[in-house]
Every structure is written in C-alpha cells, then in structure tokens.
Write a protein that binds this ligand. Structure first.
Ligand code: IVH
Length: 665
C-alpha cells in the first residue's frame, strides 16, 4: 500500500469528523448530504480494501454520534420496580393470604386501591424543594434523564410548596388525558402526521423527545403515587398522599383505602365501573399495603414488590375471521402455531395475528381457516385465540396438521415425551439463528441498540450471519448495503457491537439463550464461578448444589454445553476477544458478608450503586428498607427514619469505613 492511500484515509477521516461536528454540534453545514455521503463511501471503500487502516475511532464506526443527541442515563436507587398481576378475586385472595402468612397476622390488612393509569413511570428528584432531575424508569435501575422535558409538564411542580429540606425522589406516572390525546391526534391528522395508536404510546413518544420544545407542545399530565425513600414521620400510603397534597404534587383523587379483601373487591368493582367516566385510560387497579412498616417486613422480589399488585381488568376480546394458520420457529426451536386474522381492534390495539400455543390447544379449540374466532389480549401478554365459533357459512378449511419438518429449514421436528411443544431440532435453522441474534441484543443480554428483529432477519436472510459470532465480522459497507439501512444506522450498530465486547459475563451468559437461563440464573452462576470456563465444565451435581438451580435447569445447562454447535459458537466468540469480566464472583472464594441483609442510609462518599455492588460481591443482600430481617445498617451523615427504625429494632449500625473494612476482609 502506498503512503498516498494512508494519507487519503487520514484526510477523509479528518473531513468527516469536521463536517459531522458542524452538523451535530453547531447545527450548520458546509457541504451537502450527498457530498458527505460520497466522502463516507470513499472511506468505506478504502477501509474495506485496506482493513488495517480501519482504526477503531474511524468515523465509519460512529458517524458523528451526536453528543447532544441522546439522553444521559439516570440511576435509580432503590430501583424503580414493576408490579405483579392478578386477574380474578381468587388470585387477589391468594395475594392477601400470602401477605397474612408473611406478616404472621390474622387481622384484616389495610390497602390502598389506586386506578392504574396507563402511561409511563417517571422519577422526579427534588432537592430542597426544587426539581433538579427527572428520568424514565428504563430497566428499573437505569433510565433516561429527561429533565428538560419533565419541566415542560404543567402538573409537575418545579418547586414544591414549603420547599422541604433535603432530597425527595417522587415517583409517578406521566400520561395523556383522553381529551388531550384526542385533540393531539386530530391535530396530527390535520397536518398530515400519523396519529398515535393509544395514549400510552403518545405519552412515551412525547416524553422521550430530544427536543424539549416538542414535548412542551404536547399536553402531558402527571400524578404522584410513591417515593424512593419515605420522608420521616410518614408511615402510610394515606399519609404520603396527604403529604404530597401539601407539597402541591397531584395525587389520584379516585384512590381508596380499604380494610380487608371485601372492601378491596368493592373498590375494584367501583373503579372498574367508573372507568368509562374517567378522564384518562386505566387498565386495572393497583393494590398496595397501606402501612410502610408492613411493606418493609414482606419485602420485594427482584423486579416487583411483594406488598403490591396490579389487579388488571379482564382481557379485552373481539371476534374476527381466521384466515390461515402458520407456524413460527423460536430461538430454542419451539414451533408455535399462529393464527393470521382479519385485522381487528382489541382494547385499542389492532391485532392481525394471535397465538394458538401448541398442538394440544389447537386440537382442543379446533380452529380452522374460515372460522370466526374469539381473540383476547391482556395487557402486555401476546394476543391469543380463545375459542373458535366455527364458520357461519359452513365453509370450514381443513384441520391443521402439524408439520413433521421445519417450515423454515426442512429439518426434523420432534415432540418429546411429556412435552407440549414441537421443536425444530436443527441448531443451524435460520429461524432459530434470527431469534438468537435478537435475543443476544436484548436489554438483559448484551443490550445492543439497533439489533432488533428486522435487522436480525435481514442479516440471516442475506446470509451475512449464521451465528452470533458472525455479528462481530460485519463491516460498515456490508451493513450499509442492507435495504433500509442508512450510513448512520450502520455505524451506530457497529459501535454498539464494538461496545458489547466489553460486556460482563452475566450478560454474555444471558445472551447465549440457554433454556431457563435468564438474567437471574446467570447472576447465580456468575456469583458461584469465576469464569466461563468453570461454568462450562461444571458437573450436574455441582450445579444442583447452587441455591436456586434445580435438576431440570442443571441438565438443560449440561446439554447446552455438550452440543457441538453451541460449543462452536462460544469458542468463536472467545476467539473474537470477549474478556468477560465477572465482578459478581468473590475471588478470595470467601463471602465475608454471606447471608447478611443490609440497608444503606444517609450520605456515603461513594456512589450508592458502587456500595451496593461491593456488598453484593461480599455475599450480602441489599434492600431498601429496614425491617426485622435486616442484619446491618450502613449509615452516613443525614440518616433519618431508617436509622431510628434500626435503633428501635436493635439492629447493628455501622459507618462507611467499617463497611469497607468488612467487605475487604
Ligand atoms: S406503583 C413498586 N402505583 O404500573 C410499585 N404504579 O407495572 C411500582 N402505575 O411501572 C409502581 N399507576 O407505570 C404504581 N398508582 C400506581 C400506578 C402505577 C400506574 C404503573 C407504573 C408502573 C406499572 C407497574
């Protein structure tokens, strides 16, 4: 290669950086888009002929990733949880019974019953009464900082009445009132824009605008329903609502406080029947223990509290015609029959396909092409065919026969003894690869922005990717050549892939998509073993010794590792150079705080997330509230109600230094 080429590449990089900076940072241009693209194409060309010149910081990886163009992350401590569901009075009674057991009491429990608004959960941070930060829930731990946007919402006070001292993190819902939503949609249609499908999407789209001037023109509303750490002196949800009222924070006036299950059931029915008259859409009633101290005693699961549940309204149903039955092949080879339908509106969303689950369900329902069927959709659950009504005209298609070979790859399909599902047994089936790529990029896995289902499909269909490891061999010109893939998306995807190489072992394991091994089980494995090698070579017996891993999971893992195809993929990924740090594992082999439940309160010098990580690595469980089950409280300056509580309960309190000494032991 001549020096001329090297110089041309350097010059192109310099020019591209300069013009992209002008465009994104200074909001002006000196060359046309076409000229910019031509420079980019030339650089791609040279880099593909001379790959040694494609430096990791080349603009082809990251065309002007706009520094002003994304939301900064915001961390939630304690995490913003989600809610479990119940659908029937029986299920609610079970929930109530469980709480009685946990609390060891026969007395009727007091609950709040709050309409469940269908919007977007947000957290608002007030310091000395002033709104300083606002963010979306995100994955519960990290959300997007949307402070300028939140400031445009009229019902969010910029300053709280009485300016309470200290930090108050309020949690609540941003949503559209129905009339505001309809007005917005009418306006959009008038100016030729696509209307939003429902108020929830509209709220999310409006709040997550990079340009807050757009948010300002969207009439969003807010109500408060909780807070991260309760202010001292507040000990029930009812008091919290009164406190919010006094601060000028809007709360839901339709909330009710109930004693015992009958009253809750009554409140549920009342709220359900008032639904039509409410100025906003709701999809259920959130039921929470009223008393803070009881909440602390029952605690929380990894993603949702035990002390609250969402009692959802019945699923919405509609009748439509079944056009045909197809099968879909999932990541694990599972084959699911899916009904293609005449599009129909169910609970505000248009549905054109619905699952029939498996062969047994299909036979039981005897749904056939031409039949009228009842379809149902419940919350975020996949729509399903509930029942076939047969064909009014009598013109029924043939009963569906389950394929004996995979419709995608032609490989053998097997239904194993005692299983309800049929599976494609070919690990190289394109459908399985597609789904595994998509899973690899998912949030709990490698979290690769831009690796969605459309791209995954395109990559597999174009033959560019035959397993996960191929993703790391893609280059800019290959990617940008895909239909509907622009230069910028291609660069963004490449840099997201690049970034994913430094992922921690837990994400990597989750991403492999081993049946039954999600984020939580991966976490257990990472805490018990130092590295991937040890996990891959572990015996079933050793696996079963781990708390939380049973025989089924142990043998699933074992057979996953013994499969030559999956082993090959893992080997190739390792060749690519994944380092797989595993901070969850305690290298000393000892867990100095094993089994302890710990609470942080007050100000500590290191970030809370860091302190939490240290504690967890030492084997401790970190919770957000002090209860009889708490073993240790780490308190810093400004600690309030939690410290008082710990004293009352006689729990040991230590400071940050003592904590550090303990974890380092
Ligand atoms: S409490 C730990 N209260 O429902 C408690 N949530 O699946 C978590 N929601 O993400 C939330 N109204 O967006 C709570 N009165 C209410 C609510 C409510 C709506 C939403 C919220 C949350 C989701 C839970």
């Amino acid at each position: 290669m001549t020096d001329d080429v090297r110089m041309e590449v350097e010059e192109l990089k310099r020019l591209l950086r300069y013009h992209s900076r002008l465009y994104y940072l200074e909001d002006r241009t000196e060359i046309s888009d076409g000229e910019y693209d031509a420079l980019m194409r030339r650089l791609c060309e040279l880099e593909s002929v001379h790959p040694e010149l494609a430096s990791p910081d080349s603009p082809t990886h990251r065309i002007g990733a706009p520094p002003l163009g994304s939301f900064p992350p915001i961390t939630w401590e304690p995490p913003m949880l989600s809610l479990g569901n119940v659908f029937t009075p029986d299920e609610f009674r079970e929930f109530d019974l469980r709480l009685h057991k946990e609390l060891g009491s026969d007395d009727d429990l007091v609950y709040s019953a709050e309409p469940k608004l269908d919007g977007l959960a947000v957290g608002l941070v007030y310091e000395d009464g002033v709104l300083v930060r606002a963010g979306t829930r995100g994955d519960g731990v990290t959300g997007e900082d949307i402070t300028p946007n939140a400031r445009t919402i009229r019902s969010i006070p910029l300053r709280l009445d009485g300016s309470p001292d200290g930090v108050l993190t309020v949690r609540g819902e941003v949503f559209f009132r129905t009339d505001d939503f309809n007005r917005l949609n009418r306006r959009r249609v008038r100016v030729g824009e696509k209307p939003f499908v429902n108020p929830r999407n509209a709220a999310s789209g409006s709040l997550r605008q990079l340009d807050s001037r757009i948010t300002a023109r969207r009439p969003l509303s807010f109500i408060a329903y909780g807070c991260a750490e309760w202010p001292s002196g507040i000990s029930t949800q009812e008091e919290l609502f009164q406190y919010f009222n006094g601060l000028g924070l809007p709360v839901n006036e339709a909330s009710r406080f109930c004693t015992g299950v009958e009253q809750v059931e009554q409140a549920y029915r009342d709220i359900r029947s008032s639904r039509e008259g409410l100025p906003y859409e709701i999809d259920g009633v959130v039921i929470k223990l009223n008393v803070a101290e009881q909440r602390e005693r029952v605690g929380e699961l990894s993603r949702s509290p035990r002390w609250a549940t969402a009692w959802k309204f019945d699923a919405e149903e509609a009748v439509t015609r079944l056009i045909e039955i197809e099968v879909q092949v999932g990541r694990t080879g599972r084959i699911t029959p899916v009904a293609r339908l005449d599009p129909v509106l169910v609970g505000g969303v248009t549905i054109s396909s619905a699952t029939l689950h498996n062969e047994d369900e299909l036979i039981r329902k005897d749904a056939r092409p031409g039949d009228m069927v009842i379809v149902r959709r419940a919350g975020d659950v996949i729509p399903e065919v509930v029942k076939s009504l047969g064909s009014p005209g009598g013109d029924r298609g043939d009963a569906f026969v389950f394929p004996s070979t995979c419709p995608v790859c032609g490989g053998p399909v097997v239904r194993e003894e005692g299983e309800s599902a049929h599976r494609c047994m070919n690990p190289s089936c394109p459908a399985r690869i597609r789904e595994s790529l998509f899973h690899w990029g998912a949030r709990d896995s490698l979290d690769i922005e831009g690796l969605g289902s459309v791209i995954s499909t395109q990559l597999v269909d174009a033959g560019m990717v035959t397993d996960i490891s191929d993703l790391y061999r893609l280059n800019h010109s290959l990617l940008a050549g895909l239909p509907r893939m622009g230069e910028i998306s291609a660069s963004n995807l490449l840099s997201a892939l690049q970034h994913s190489r430094s992922a921690e072992l837990q994400r990597f394991l989750t991403g492999l998509g081993i049946p039954g091994v999600g984020r939580v089980v991966s976490g257990l494995l990472c805490a018990s073993f130092p590295d991937l090698d040890s996990i891959m070579n572990v015996t079933v017996d050793t696996l079963e010794e781990i708390d939380g891993i049973g025989p089924v999971l142990a043998s699933a893992l074992f057979s996953f590792w013994s499969e030559p195809v999956t082993r090959g993929v893992v080997d190739r990924l390792m060749d690519i150079g994944f380092e797989l740090p595993n901070p969850r594992y305690d290298r000393s082999g000892r867990h100095p705080m094993k089994g302890l439940t710990l609470v942080f309160t007050g100000a500590i010098t290191m970030p809370r997330s860091e302190a939490r990580r240290l504690a967890e690595e030492a084997g401790a469980k970190v919770t957000s509230s002090v209860s009889a089950r708490t073993d240790l409280v780490v308190a810093g300056p400004g600690a309030g109600s939690k410290m008082t509580k710990a004293r009352q309960l006689g729990i040991r309190i230590i400071n940050e230094n003592e904590f550090l000494e303990k974890v380092k032991k």
